[in-house]
Write a protein that binds this ligand. Structure first.
Ligand SMILES: *Cc1c(COP(=O)(O)O)cnc(C)c1O
Length: 371
């Protein structure tokens, strides 16, 4: 049995009619950027998240970067980011000239630990940028309470959490603004790079519409130092075709996750692996199903030999990546992030995986630990 961690072909097969029609609609319109498809997608996505505004942009990294630009975050400022997560979140801060201040994760949920937040806040802190990692929202109630106490802006990184909820409210509607990615592998993926910002702040939304398009309201009248970060009509049309299926596709992941949790529970009880933990208030969308084990590399090789694809999200914590070699961090600075980078393993999960495939993955993992 061959089980890829991600296979986009079955997604196309299922939505072929809608996606092909979207392609033809855009080609027949003769309009490729900043048109009706984008406008419609922005309205539809904002409604689906439960916010007033959505601004389509080129990708998730620039979505976050643009929000920080709009807020005037820059050199001399600090933004608190998770020590355990993807480097894009840090780069958004670095690219506006501010300094990312890493906060260690809650060891149960892997999300930014609110208990460690207050100690990191300084007079230079401008914003908190939590990731809803692996498809489960960070503890936004606690994070927002701390942010409110210190007058800080909260920007969600909602790239992995389309449709996830916290206390019933969706990711993307839990902070002052959210950056979202529609990179093809995400729960809601375009057919190339794409991203968006969601917010209830009308002033911010208006600024962002200009900042994504060279900072101009009127063509060739440039009011701000903007980016070129547009979401194309084709990608907006593809996203419009896929958005109505998001909830159902997310729902197909839930029983697969339950199957993993059930079948791997004995290994967790024996202390050889750690399973994902879901707090009572969280409704995850299982972007990734991540286990932890001290024997990660050997287990990954064993699964690979049986045709099972896995991933590591992520093997090098941002503070130890070569890109940040001049920033002054060293091994030992963020021990939880470093340990998780050595231990996490993402198992196959997606709307087109079957129960039989998950059973085979679980049986193969059990074989490994039995040997
Ligand atoms: C995918 C991802 C991003 C970046 O999105 P791009 O569209 O690739 O720029 C940012 N943060 C997280 C957590 C992601 O998973």
């Amino acid at each position: 049995m061959k089980i890829p961690i991600l296979d986009l072909k079955p997604a196309y097969d299922e939505l072929r009619t809608e996606l092909d029609a979207a392609y033809r609609r855009v080609m027949d319109s003769g309009w490729l950027l900043l048109g009706k498809e984008l406008e419609s997608f922005e309205a539809e996505y904002a409604a689906s998240v439960g916010v007033a505004h959505c601004i389509g942009v080129a990708n998730g990294l620039e979505a976050m970067q643009l929000v920080l630009m709009a807020r005037g975050v820059g050199p001399g400022d600090e933004v608190i980011v998770p020590s355990h997560g993807y480097i894009a979140t840090w780069l958004a801060v670095t690219h506006v000239g501010a300094r990312p201040i890493p906060c260690e994760p809650d060891p149960l949920t892997y999300n930014l630990d609110p208990a460690r937040l207050t100690a990191l806040i300084t007079p230079r802190t401008r914003a908190i940028l939590p990731i809803h990692l692996y498809g489960q929202t960070a503890d936004m109630e606690a994070i927002n309470a701390i942010a409110a106490r210190h007058g800080l802006f909260v920007l969600e990184d909602a790239a992995q959490s389309h449709g996830a909820r916290s206390h019933g409210t969706q990711a993307g509607a839990l902070g002052h603004a959210a950056g979202v990615s529609f990179y093809p592998s995400k729960n809601l993926g375009a057919l190339a790079d794409a991203g968006a910002i969601t917010t209830n702040d009308a002033t911010l939304a208006d600024q962002l519409r200009h900042l994504r398009n060279y900072g101009s309201k009127v063509r060739y009248h440039n009011d701000y130092l903007g980016l070129n970060s547009r979401l194309s009509e084709l990608q907006a049309a593809f996203l419009r075709a896929k958005l109505p299926h998001l909830a159902a596709w997310n729902a197909r992941r839930t029983p697969l996750a339950a199957r993993y949790l059930d079948q791997l529970a004995p290994l967790a009880a024996a202390g050889v692996i750690t399973l994902p933990f879901v707090p009572a208030w969280a409704e995850p969308v299982w972007h990734l199903f991540v286990i932890r084990t001290a024997r990660r590399d050997a287990l990954q090789a064993h699964l690979g030999a049986q045709g099972i694809g896995t991933g590591i999200h992520y093997p090098i914590p941002p503070h130890l990546s070569h890109a940040y070699r001049d920033a002054g961090w060293k091994r030992g600075d963020f021990p939880l992030a470093e340990r998780f980078a050595d231990e996490v393993l993402s198992l196959p999960i997606g709307p087109h995986h079957t129960a039989a495939q998950i059973d085979f993955v679980c049986a193969t993992i059990k074989d490994f630990f039995r040997a």
